[in-house]
Design a protein around this ligand. Structure first.
Ligand code: FAD
Length: 473
């Protein structure tokens, strides 16, 4: 069989060797033509048609160890797939091996200790469902079919971040298979360097088979704010939101959403498709406090619609799921941390929003204040938390013919925010990783050299390179 090498060339791998490897795996190994192969290579972003030579659907740690050893010993390009939300398509390897961890989605909740052990292939929705049985939750993201793995290894921003921090701030330990095929446990007290590096260092350091999270009492119902205003009033609404948020308590995490009203229930037909601003947010304190706190947000002008109200945490966690199946949309997501959100930034945002050609996914501005901002830059690999805003320009469309122009438009418009930013991005939202290591270096800042040293220790041959790659020192 011809397979892609780490360096990008092709080599012939002996059929007997491949057969012996496949026979050693307890999970399923798929190649082109096998039933299930095409389904296993569908990911969120429909831009790609990547065909791995082998997709290994691991069911045990031993499967992961054997696949890592096989890829390393034979110099084969290796990709790691959790939830498949990598917008850059890095979770699949063209012509190489893709480890698909989805079958490893076991979740064990310890309600007394308020911890959960979560398999490396788990989706956020699966984790939320399991922890909410006990009225608990781990801070995660806002879309339920995102993978716990990729989200957490990149940081993990969600509705509980102002109160409890990012996903990495609630990570207690990981079980991880490193490039030498060793199974290791990493925590504050064991393999501390590795534990520091996985908290923001992406998939660079190994394959996490289990995440252990600290849980918090959450819900079951929380106050959700979702007033929607017509985009014609964007400037007054956005500036009011910005000023209101400067005094917000840690209980409230907020997201400014610039969107076209989806053509779906519960939105009335007459407003579907209209450009709107939603002041989305979640108050994770008592419902009455939340209701009272979000009231002014709902009275900032003439409403188009209002999604506000007490909602189950699990409902909130899936409110922003795409109605389309995985792979149906083609997307390009970019982001920048903003030092300021002054009126010039607001004007730039409104202008770009008004002109955007690909309207299936919203633009977002996240107010980052609260617990997640109070973590020192050197505490985790993720780095600097001092910046109060993050803007995301997201484009999504259906026709592949529009890809080139939509990507170019999104890049050009994100560049307009550079004067208001140090150029750091959220690496989980960094386009197609076209800027490569220069962006990675700029984003990690003072942590970058330490990450390179740790990469050298655990992955000197850069086996784990299909990610926001950190090259070994
Ligand atoms: C629709 C959508 C909504 C999103 N919402 C949020 C959000 O609310 N908050 C937020 O912070 N981010 C969000 N993201 C970004 C998201 O965190 C990243 O795309 C993340 O990489 C997705 O993880 P995944 O496991 O689904 O991805 P995958 O594509 O499966 O994996 C991405 C990368 O993670 C690594 N990886 C995956 N699994 C493992 C593992 N077990 N061990 C080691 N490495 C692994 C690999 O390097 C892989 O290339 C969103 C993305 C999308 C597309």
């Amino acid at each position: 069989m011809k397979m892609a090498t780490l360096e990008g060339s092709r080599k012939t791998v002996d059929d007997a060797l491949i057969k012996a490897f496949i026979n050693s795996i307890q999970g399923e190994v798929l190649s082109e033509g096998d039933p299930g192969y095409n389904e296993a290579r569908v990911i969120y972003n429909g831009m790609f048609d990547i065909k791995p030579a082998l997709i290994v659907r691991t069911i045990t740690v031993d499967d992961v160890v054997k696949t890592v050893n096989f890829a390393r010993d034979n110099n084969i390009l290796l990709a790691v797939k959790g939830g498949g939300h990598s917008v850059a398509g890095k979770c699949l390897s063209e012509g190489g091996i893709t480890i698909d961890l989805r079958p490893m989605n076991e979740i064990q909740v310890d309600p007394k200790a308020r911890t959960a052990r979560v398999g490396g292939g788990t989706l956020l929705g699966e984790m939320d469902k399991a922890t909410q049985v006990y009225g608990l939750a781990a801070p995660a993201g806002t879309v339920s079919d995102t993978g716990v793995a990729g989200l957490t290894l990149g940081a993990g921003f969600g509705w509980l971040r102002a109160k409890y921090g990012l996903s990495i701030d609630n990570l207690l330990s990981v079980d991880i298979v490193t490039a030498d095929g060793q199974f290791r446990h990493a925590s504050e007290g064991e393999n501390e360097d590795l534990f520091w590096a996985v908290r923001g260092g992406s998939g660079n350091f190994g394959i996490v088979t289990t995440f252990e999270f600290r849980l918090h009492p959450v819900g079951p119902e929380l106050m959700f704010s979702g007033p929607m205003y017509p985009a014609e009033n964007a400037k007054t609404i956005i500036t009011q939101w910005r000023d209101f948020m400067t005094d917000a308590p840690d209980e409230y995490s907020s997201l400014l959403i610039l969107m076209n009203v989806p053509e779906l229930d519960p939105f009335p037909k007459e407003i579907q498709g209209r450009a709107a601003i939603m002041l989305a947010g979640v108050h994770c304190g008592p419902l009455e406090d939340g209701e009272c706190f979000v009231k002014p947000l709902r009275e900032m002008g003439e409403l188009l619609f209002d999604l506000s109200g007490p909602k189950k945490y699990t409902e909130i966690q899936s409110m922003f799921d795409s109605p389309l199946p995985q792979g149906a949309m083609i997307c390009y997501f970019t982001s920048l941390y903003l030092e300021t959100f002054d009126n010039d930034v607001v004007d730039t945002l409104i202008k770009s929003f008004g002109e955007r050609p690909a309207k299936l996914i919203p633009f977002l501005v996240e107010d980052l204040r609260g617990a997640s901002m109070r973590v020192p830059a050197d505490k985790t690999a993720f780095g600097d938390r001092s910046v109060p805003y993050r803007a995301e320009l997201n484009s999504a469309w259906l026709d592949p013919k529009e890809s080139e122009s939509n990507i170019a438009w999104t890049r050009e418009n994100m560049d307009k925010f550079k004067p208001f930013s140090s150029g750091r991005t959220y690496l989980n939202h960094s386009g197609l990783n076209e800027e490569g290591e220069s962006l990675v270096k700029r984003t990690y800042g003072a942590n970058y050299e330490r990450l390179r040293q740790i990469k050298k220790r655990y992955d000197p041959g850069n086996l784990f390179r299909l990610n926001q790659n950190i090259s070994p020192a």
